[in-house]
Design a protein around this ligand. Sequence first.
Ligand SMILES: [Zn+2]
Length: 172
Amino acid sequence: MICSYCGTGGLENICSFCGANLNIKRPTLKEFVVLEDVEKPFNELSCFYTYDLLVLLRLVRKERTKAYDLMLTLKKAGKSPQIDQAMINYSEEQYGLYTKRMKVIEGFPVDRMDYTPKRVDDKLLTKLAERLQKECLCKLHMYILYSLKIENSQAAGSFSVFYNFKPVQEGS
Ligand SMILES: [Zn+2]
């Protein structure tokens, strides 16, 4: 195995050069993300690219706002006979759930880059996507140079596995 951090080869579990644990999966870029991804377990979410997490954060924040508005509407209309307490309770529960999910997602950017953007808009995502594309091109260039230098095609193959050349796509 090759260390995906420093490139040291012929390793098994722990990198002899930088000490990285090679059994821990590094984040990879998704083709797209959907709101349902927010329900994935913590360990799976921690393998999402920060870009994907920000797209997910935007989705869950929107849903939380909707849940909040619904809860307020129901509470205001609470005295009318069509609205019973169970509906109000349910809307409170949904709002609480989305709040918790949102907080989980917000925690990842904080761990990785010390903060979570207050507003995730198209401008921010486009900027990040452009940066990712540049980064991918740079890695591809590095990979081609590296492949030319080494004859062992198997080593070249495994080198490409830990770099992500997928085109950047933004989920809605
Ligand atoms: Zn290493």
